[in-house]
Design a protein around this ligand. Structure first.
Ligand SMILES: *Cc1c(COP(=O)(O)O)cnc(C)c1O
Length: 457
């Protein structure tokens, strides 16, 4: 007998209470947080879809691993276990542990970057772009055309535009520091990248002698899409698909807070010994000794176990299908979405939901505030607040899209939580035409979305 319901393939052994709030309480809390949900306390949030990063529920095996964690400064048993897990998965000899993904980015892009250098990617994630630009280099996004259109259906919308890549590789030559594929493409809608595209990018990099790196935070979720959408891949395991993709790359940066199913951690994996040596020097200065990076032994243990568990077919099926479940509900309500639905999040097209709000008044921020006010749901703007810049006259240069991301933490929320989110969207849709925009009243220089203050227009 076939069931329609995809159940959570786990039982709940430990519970974390959610504090329920009233709408007047939330209106006051949002004003006190300067209309930026990053500045809310988690206690003030009912369903936290701010990020899927570091918010996973760990398994019994991972918690048992926490107890087994070897906290030796050098040569910890837990490090041996994590190093083996990363080497087996990536096929890369040199593994540098870091406290999270951006620390690995700082090390590799600090080394390969600098003034005059150019980095090319399907889409640079915000911390990737910030680390590249902080080094003095330039980051250029080259998604395929469908990747920039929220409602354009394409099985691998995260793909990089290879003809455009060829042009820029010829134009910039050795000034190209690296070509990066973010799998899945977080900022571009959580969309997958095909093995075919990765192979074409890899071949172009080989021809030009440029390093090809994977930002592999969600490599397991990406493998799910490849198995189910890419011709000829259905007989491979998810892990084998990931290994094929790693085999094409010279290095990989990972935030283990995503598909590592851990609450903290990351790594940099490299094939080239000389490059690994240079990066190791930076690692020791900024993160810690080579056998722990910025991590405790218990974190190393949790990551080693998480990297195995994440490829479990029942887990991945539940994971991707439950994200799609939310997307399908919202689509049925007529909420404009980035489609098809990606692996870790549903992205709402706020520009289409609020056509009366100009991009200079950040329609995505309006939606983020509405979701919190009406349902206590925390989400994040991925549009001109996150990626907008100013021209020399001080006018906003908007982002390509005004999206709001509803990121689903792994193994945390049940189907009824997700149905509650869908119901909140009914209320959001009912008063969409009355909603106003926001202006920024205070902002820092880098990664402004984290701490900017807003006021209603
Ligand atoms: C989260 C993320 C990073 C940065 O990792 P942190 O662990 O948050 O520092 C880099 N790239 C992508 C695609 C990510 O999703």
């Amino acid at each position: 007998m076939r069931h329609r319901t995809i159940i959570e393939p786990f039982r709940i052994k430990s519970v974390e209470p959610i504090r329920l709030s009233t709408e007047p309480e939330r209106v006051a809390a949002l004003a006190a947080a300067h209309y930026n949900p990053f500045l809310l306390d988690s206690e003030q949030v009912i369903i936290d879809l701010l990020t899927d990063s570091g918010t996973s529920a760990m398994s019994v095996e991972q918690w048992a691993g926490v107890m087994r964690g070897d906290e030796a400064y050098a040569g910890s048993r837990s490090w041996t276990r994590m190093e083996r897990a990363v080497r087996d998965l990536t096929g890369m000899a040199h593994v540098l542990p870091t406290h999270q993904g951006r620390a690995a980015e700082r090390i590799i892009y600090g080394h390969l970057g600098g003034r005059g250098k150019v980095f090319l990617a399907n889409t640079h994630f915000d911390t990737t772009r910030a680390n590249i630009e902080f080094s003095g280099a330039t980051a250029i996004d080259l998604p395929i055309a469908e990747g920039r259109r929220p409602d354009a259906l394409h099985p691998f919308k995260g793909n990089l535009d290879v003809p455009a890549l060829e042009v820029l590789l010829r134009q910039h030559g050795t000034a190209v520091g690296a070509v990066i594929l973010t799998v899945t493409n977080n900022s571009g809608g959580g969309q997958p990248v095909s093995l075919e595209n990765a192979a074409a990018v890899s071949a172009a990099c080989r021809r030009h002698g440029i390093p090809f790196l994977l930002d592999c935070c969600r490599i397991a979720e990406n493998s799910w899409f490849i198995k189910h959408r890419e011709p000829g891949m259905q007989d491979l395991t998810y892990r084998e698909i990931a290994q094929r993709m790693f085999a094409l790359a010279d290095g990989a940066v990972m935030s283990a807070k995503k598909d590592g199913l851990a609450n903290m951690g990351g790594f940099l994996a490299l094939r080239d010994e000389a490059l690994a040596q240079a990066c190791t020097n930076l690692l020791i200065i900024t993160e810690g000794f080579t056998t722990y990076g910025g991590l405790s032994g218990r974190d190393l243990e949790a990551i080693a176990i998480g990297l195995e568990e994440v490829f479990d077919p029942h887990y991945l099926e539940y994971r991707v299908r439950s994200t799609t479940f939310l997307g399908e509900h919202l689509h049925a309500l007529g909420i404009p979405l980035m489609r098809p639905i990606g692996g870790h999040a549903v992205y709402v097209d706020a520009k289409a939901l609020y056509p009366h709000i100009p991009v200079t008044e950040y329609p995505g921020q309006s939606l983020v505030c509405e979701l919190y006010t009406l349902g206590g749901i925390r989400s994040v703007e991925i549009g001109s607040v996150m990626f907008g810049t100013y021209d020399s006259a001080g006018a906003l240069v908007p982002a390509a899209m005004e999206l709001v991301r509803l990121a689903i933490p792994r193994r945390v929320y049940t189907q009824s939580h997700i149905e509650y989110v869908a119901e909140t969207f009914e209320a959001v849709a009912a008063r969409a035409s009355e909603v106003r925009g926001y202006r920024i009243v205070r902002e820092p220089r880098f990664l402004r979305h984290f701490s900017a203050h807003f006021a209603p227009c």
